[in-house]
Design a protein around this ligand. Structure first.
Ligand code: ZN
Ligand code: ZN
Length: 379
């Protein structure tokens, strides 16, 4: 069974697609799912999302639980010769979503062979996880929002952590984060006549200095509050033009949605103050919003039980991960629980050019997820 899933995983790895454009990945997934004869298969969910339903066979369903994988890859050029490297230049499965998909497909096969008796099980392959947009798009789709879901589960592979060990946390598992894109518009001119233009350079410099001071206040509120300028773009390597526009970005993160809101307010106030000093215009817009990923107590308990009955080592973490996860967004519709599965202490880290999903995690992931199904059936 593992060998087939590994082959599927490697095929998915060869043809990665960016967030929101996962059409051929979704087609491949739908084809695989169809072979497990689900009771219902929905495609085009929130764009390219795919959902398979395996319904209760013997009695009325007591509960409906959902398992989620992600369809998207990232804009990084893969730098390894692994035999199944990316065929789509500049795009790679650098976050292991190919492996997460293989695990959920493995669960699909398990459900085909062991149909749930008193439980509805949904398998969701969501689009656009990396941009923090996919979960919201899926929930906007009425075919999804009408579903009554009791609990949802997901896992993420964790390079740098002991292989096949579960890492879980009650409450916040991953931080909230949001980007802020700032556009400063002045006026272009010939460099010989700068007085005819309005160069945004000094405004950019002031803004960075002022933002640094205000954001220090945000950082001092909580050690998990973090923020960095992510890019600055202005002008060209040319010497005859005085540029008239600059664009820059910030990213802010916090363990709570409220904490993040406070940070965003501070930054936006600073931008508004700079706008008052500048003769041109400054526009700001929030991008890639991720809510904090808050685990449900019931889900954590179920995972602890599943780990115990499958002899999978488990560690309860005392601090949330500083990165963000779009899965948290689903909490607006139903309780969610996500855990990390160690990918090996020396495994290349996520989003790294030399990263590749560790296939040893596939059987372990399928085992834990199918055990969760069994726990719910026995409730
Ligand atoms: Zn990622
Ligand atoms: Zn990921």
């Amino acid at each position: 069974m593992s060998k087939e899933l590994i082959n599927i995983r490697k095929t998915l790895h060869r043809f990665p697609e960016l967030s929101g454009n996962e059409t051929s990945t979704a087609e491949r997934i739908a084809k695989e799912l169809n072979s497990f004869q689900p009771d219902n298969l929905i495609t085009g969910l929130g764009g390219t999302g795919v959902l398979a339903a395996f319904n209760a066979k013997e009695s009325r369903a007591k509960k409906t639980i959902l398992f989620r994988a992600e369809l998207d890859a990232i804009a990084v050029t893969e730098e390894s010769e692994i035999g199944h490297q990316s065929q789509n230049r500049g795009i790679m499965h650098g976050c292991g979503h190919d492996g997460h998909m293989a695990i959920i497909l493995g669960l699909g096969r398990y459900l085909h062979q062991n149909p749930p008796k008193n439980l509805n099980v949904l398998l969701l392959f969501q689009p656009a996880e990396e941009t923090g947009e996919g979960a919201a798009l899926v929930m906007e789709d009425s075919r999804f929002s009408k579903l009554k879901i009791d609990q949802a589960f997901a896992l993420h592979n964790l390079p740098g952590y002991e292989k096949n060990k579960i890492f879980i946390k009650k409450g916040t598992f991953a931080c909230a984060s949001t980007g802020v894109e700032i556009t400063i518009k002045g006026r272009f001119s010939h460099a010989a006549y700068p007085e005819q233009g309005l160069n945004p350079a000094l405004c950019v410099a002031d803004l960075i200095q002022n933002a640094e001071k205000t954001l220090n206040r945000f950082r001092e509120m909580d050690p998990l509050n973090k923020t960095v300028p992510t890019f600055i773009r202005m002008g060209e390597p040319a010497y005859g033009i005085s540029p008239g526009e600059a664009k820059m970005g910030y990213t802010l993160r916090s363990a709570t949605d409220e904490g993040l809101k406070k940070g965003l307010q501070l930054l936006e106030e600073t931008i508004e103050a700079s706008a008052k000093q500048f003769k041109g215009t400054i526009k700001k817009r929030r991008v890639e919003p991720f809510t904090a990923t808050l685990n449900s107590d019931e889900g954590v308990k179920i995972i602890q039980q599943a780990a115990a009955s499958t002899n999978t080592p488990l560690e309860i973490m005392d601090r949330p991960f500083p990165w963000s996860e779009d899965f948290g967004e689903f909490r607006k519709q139903f309780p969610i629980t996500i855990f990390g599965l160690g990918a090996g202490k020396n495994h290349p880290h996520l989003h790294f050019e030399k990263y590749d999903f560790n296939d040893d995690l596939i059987p372990a992931g399928v085992k834990i997820f199918s055990e969760i199904v069994e726990s719910y059936s026995a409730l």
